[in-house]
Design a protein around this ligand. Structure first.
Ligand code: AMP
Ligand code: ZN
Length: 496
């Protein structure tokens, strides 16, 4: 089998994946800034890493998956000036900042569970790691890679580069271009060089979220939290760091500078970046106003949506494209994803119900087994080619054809032979459920079904067909329900 290859943003190449200390794998993903509801674009990024976590685990690795919650330090505009996103929301809503954090953390967890995400191994918060961040700032000052200025501390890019650092390498930015792009206002007058970024910021009097530090009251920089939390739990150098591609610069560029500066070793082996979910070609984003919430998708309650779509339909829709390509939202695409998802899940139901039955005298057809092995291999080749879930799904559909032939009787399990039949069954179920995380969504409303059965019950009673009447009573009883024949009418109740 081809080994897993991952596109490393740092080398701009697909590289064979080799963990630092197999069978362990360290995976860090930048989590949400919990000041607002997660939108469907955010879900795409986290889904990519959910699938990576699932696949690495499936391959037998012992994965420690750390996904943080940003609950301080991420400023409006993503730079070094301005209000804290959480503090700003707290003022608007007249709540404690930690009430904002709790509300949107709860929402994040609920939404991710609806999409069948696996929880990470550790979910650290930035405010829970202030001591580590203050220690890191002190160390960088000691190493002369950072300097204090007016109660804030900045990372010294020039010095870092003079010592062999390559700030800009990850995002492919050239320092001179960066200088012309940099907003003059960021830390005006405090920075030695406009590219320097904040490790610690002095809190202005109106700033809500503040802590004491050797440099006065302030708060940590957004980039530093990820460096401290990733290296604390995964080591000074770890295997994979992920996030959306909009985080490449400055966030991840700064993480490399901080980690290398602190520990004299590049912090990450493989950098993975997901592409954006777009709407009419434009990045879905809260600030652009074109985002919608998963809840709106499930209810269909949004002007962009022609109707409601289920979580698994959305999951299938996202997995139908490779994570490094853009994915444009459209109703047509969602509708075809719904059809595809249901076809696949029908196949899952069928194969689950089937069992191997030997037929005496029936010869095994080796070509059939070969096709199954090729189909399963195709699924793995897709995953191994930088998580190309689109290819994996295409091969699942070739396996689905076999399952449908088994169901209609065109093909007999005995013609496949027991080994191939069982291989088809376990591979199909495992790839869909364990690797891709697609689950069967139960359809149908039990109350509606009960009401329909009660209609039949009434008719059979009027026709004096008592055998049928008893049969329906027995169905209800088997489900813990009783039929109540009352003067006022017929109804059902829970059996007491
Ligand atoms: P935020 O809470 O804004 O820091 O975003 C959380 C994660 O979602 C980050 O990894 C972002 O890169 C990612 N993200 C934001 N918008 C999109 C989008 N439209 N498509 C895919 N990922 C996104
Ligand atoms: Zn981060």
């Amino acid at each position: 089998m081809q080994p897993l290859r991952i596109f490393n943003t740092l080398s701009r190449e697909k590289e064979p994946f080799q963990p630092l200390t197999p069978p362990h794998v360290g995976l860090y993903v930048c989590g949400p800034t919990v000041y607002n509801y997660v939108h469907l674009g955010n879900v795409r990024t986290f889904m990519t890493f959910d699938v990576l976590f699932r696949y690495l685990t499936h391959l037998g690795y012992k994965v420690r998956y750390v996904r943080n919650l940003t609950d301080v330090g991420h400023l409006v505009g993503d730079g070094d000036e301005g209000e804290d996103k959480i503090g700003r929301m707290a003022k608007l809503e007249k709540l404690e900042p930690m009430e904002i954090v709790q509300r949107y953390t709860n929402d994040f967890h609920t939404i991710l569970a609806q999409f069948n995400f696996k929880p990470p191994s550790i979910e650290p918060t930035a405010t829970g790691h202030l001591i580590e961040q203050i220690e890191a700032v002190k160390k960088l000052i000691d190493k002369k890679l950072a300097y204090e200025s007016n109660g804030s501390v900045y990372f010294d890019i020039e010095r870092y580069n003079a010592q062999g650092g390559r700030y800009g390498q990850l995002s492919g930015r050239i320092l001179d271009d960066l200088l012309t792009e940099t907003r003059e206002l960021d830390g005006v007058g405090e920075k030695r060089n406009p590219l320097d970024f904040a490790l610690w910021k002095r809190a202005a009097p109106e700033h809500l979220m503040r802590w004491p530090s050797p440099w006065g009251e302030g708060f940590p920089g957004w980039h530093l939290e990820c460096t401290c939390m990733s290296t604390k739990y995964l080591g000074q150098q770890f295997d994979i760091h992920g996030g959306g591609m909009d985080l490449k610069f400055p966030h991840h560029e700064c993480e490399i500078a901080q980690g290398s500066g602190l520990n004299d070793i590049p912090p990450v082996r493989y950098w993975m970046h997901t592409n954006m979910l777009t709407v009419n070609g434009q990045k879905m984003s809260k600030s652009l106003g074109n985002s919608f919430l998963p809840g709106e998708l499930f209810s269909g309650n949004h002007p962009v949506l022609e109707r409601a779509y289920s979580p698994m339909t959305a999951r299938f829709f996202m997995l139908q494209s490779q994570y490094r390509s853009t994915l444009d939202f459209s109703n047509e695409a969602l509708q075809s994803a719904q059809k595809g998802y249901k076809r696949l899940i029908n196949g899952l139901r069928l194969i689950r119900q089937m069992d191997y039955v030997a037929v005496e005298g029936m010869a095994i057809d080796p070509a059939q087994g070969e096709e199954i092995r090729n189909g399963v291999q195709g699924c793995y080749d897709g995953m191994n080619d930088d998580l190309n879930t689109a290819v994996t799904i295409a091969h699942l559909f070739t396996l689905l054809k076999k399952i449908n032939s088994l169901y209609t009787g065109q093909l007999s399990p005995a013609a496949l032979g027991e080994e191939s039949f069982r291989f088809l069954k376990t591979s199909f179920v495992t790839i869909i459920e364990d690797v891709l995380g697609l689950l069967e969504e139960k359809q149908g409303n039990a109350e509606d079904l009960a009401a329909g059965l009660l209609d039949l019950y009434r008719d059979f009673k009027t026709q004096k067909q008592y055998q049928k009447v008893d049969q329906i009573r027995a169905y209800f009883k088997a489900n813990g329900l009783v039929i109540k024949d009352m003067k006022t009418g017929i109804d059902w109740a829970y059996e007491e």
